[in-house]
Write a protein that binds this ligand. Structure first.
Ligand SMILES: Nc1nc2c(c(=O)[nH]1)N[C@H]1C(S)=C(S)[C@@H](COP(=O)(O)OP(=O)(O)OC[C@H]3O[C@@H](n4cnc5c(N)ncnc54)[C@H](O)[C@@H]3O)O[C@H]1N2
Ligand code: MOO
Length: 401
């Protein structure tokens, strides 16, 4: 059976995926959510000409060194001076205060000497200095955060400054996660002699939450068709069902046979990627089903390549991983027919960041993955790469934070 390319597989998976409905949430609870509508400023920022420094509001033309100005009032953040500054006059002003009429510069207090209401200019100041124009940051009506933008710290700050306390965000996709395998026990349980601890369910649930989805961990199910069918029923109202393990060709890889009996329509199975060849995607009613390989590193890399963009698309967001170009610290051999995702580390090469691959690329090695900084992506049939050649890299600290 021929393998589908990663690009084609992702495109097929995303075809026809639309954003879910909307929720209205307090901005304070919106972190990680995706904006459902453009967000525009409800006000100018700053709303008035504002002082950027503590000092004296002056007419720049009055500030020859040695000139003495007469202080006629005070302006503080939250409390303006209502008069107008005339020739030879000044107003004591503090950072954030509205600049009084007549003033065109702020003389910082370090460059002035006060003696009662007489203010001696120690250094002249140019017109416009230390004044923030009204709407210097943004203007009422300007769209500053587009629909599809994920709310992080910077977006929270900007939305708050634009005076939005409540925002419309995309509903969070519900992602059911089912781990399959006789050998698995939940973390914290005592494994039997032939058993291991299931790490994939928790790992994928953590990723789902980080992507703004709602993870519903259905736990571990044994390699038994009926048991898989019964457990998968827990995903009935889910947008996505992720089934981990049992995706390959062994006698105990029963996920497809089991779910096919319930109406699973397989769209693609087996992708030209390493690790991750056994990835499967299909639909079961309105639920999208993603079958991930059981090997823990494969499961996470495939979740990065497939699940993250799928969850993002259901929120109307862009989910393709950002890549950067970095030089290789050492040569790499040519690539076969499967796109490679090589675990790698950043190293310093004469002041420049370069990448070097981990010694062992086995797809079971979670400790190696945790030590690594990056995935190097090498396309199918890429020729041998020399040290210094530039490669495309995913930063794991961002991608799998
Ligand atoms: N004859 C072939 N054998 C295999 C092929 C192949 O093409 N031909 N593909 C290999 C590749 S690549 C992978 S990846 C695995 C994928 O197999 P499955 O998705 O069917 O996964 P399992 O066999 O169930 O498990 C593989 C491995 O991962 C461990 N595992 C499973 N689930 C979990 C979990 N929740 N947490 C931690 N570890 C888990 C499991 O114990 C196995 O060691 O197939 C190869 N074989
Ligand atoms: O998904 Mo398998 O890793 O290619 O080891």
């Amino acid at each position: 059976m021929s393998l589908i390319s990663v690009e084609d597989a992702v495109a097929r998976m995303l075809a026809g995926v639309t954003r879910r409905g909307e929720d209205t949430v307090p901005l304070a609870k919106a972190r990680g959510r995706v904006l459902a509508c453009d967000l525009s400023a409800k006000r100018n920022q700053p709303p008035f000409r504002a002082s950027a420094m503590d000092g004296y509001a002056v007419r720049a033309e009055d500030t020859a060194a040695g000139a003495v100005l007469r202080q006629i009032g005070e302006a503080r953040a939250g409390s303006h001076f209502s008069g107008t500054i005339g020739t030879g006059e000044t107003v004591r002003i503090f950072t954030g205060a509205p600049v009084p009429a007549g003033a065109n510069a702020i003389l910082i207090q370090e460059n002035a000497r006060a003696d009662g209401e007489c203010i001696e200019v120690l250094e002249p100041v140019a017109a416009g200095r230390h004044i923030r124009a009204a709407a210097f940051d943004f203007r009422e009506g300007e769209t500053l955060l587009p629909a599809g933008r994920r709310i992080g710290t910077r977006e929270t700050a900007l939305a708050a400054a634009m005076n939005h306390a409540v925002i419309a965000v995309a509903q969070r996709p519900i992602v059911a996660i089912l781990s399959t395998g006789d050998e698995l026990v939940e973390p914290g349980e005592e494994p039997g002699p032939d058993q291991i601890v299931s790490s994939n369910g928790m790992a994928i649930a953590a990723m789902v939450a980080a992507c703004g989805g709602v993870a519903r961990d259905l736990g571990v199910v044994i390699d038994d068709k009926q048991a898989i069918v019964d457990a998968a029923a827990g995903a009935k109202d889910a947008d996505i069902l992720v089934v981990i393990g049992g995706a390959s060709v062994g006698d105990h890889d029963l996920v497809q046979p089991a779910l096919s009996e319930k109406g699973l329509k397989v769209d693609f199975w087996r992708v030209a990627m390493r690790p991750g060849k056994p990835v499967m995607f299909g639909t079961l009613g309105r639920t999208r089903v993603l079958g991930l390989p059981g090997n823990p590193v494969s499961a996470l890399i495939c979740a990065l390549v497939f699940l993250k963009p799928l969850i993002a698309a259901m929120q109307g967001a862009e989910g393709t991983e950002q890549t950067r170009l970095l030089p290789l610290a050492a040569a790499l051999p040519e690539v076969g027919d499967r796109q490679q995702y090589l675990r790698a580390r950043f190293i310093d090469c004469l002041g420049r960041t370069a990448v070097t691959v981990a010694d062992d690329q086995d797809s079971s090695l979670l400790a190696t993955l945790a030590r690594c900084d990056a995935l190097i992506i090498r396309p199918p049939f890429a020729p041998e790469a020399k040290a210094g050649d530039v490669v495309s890299v995913i930063d794991l600290a961002q991608a799998l934070s």
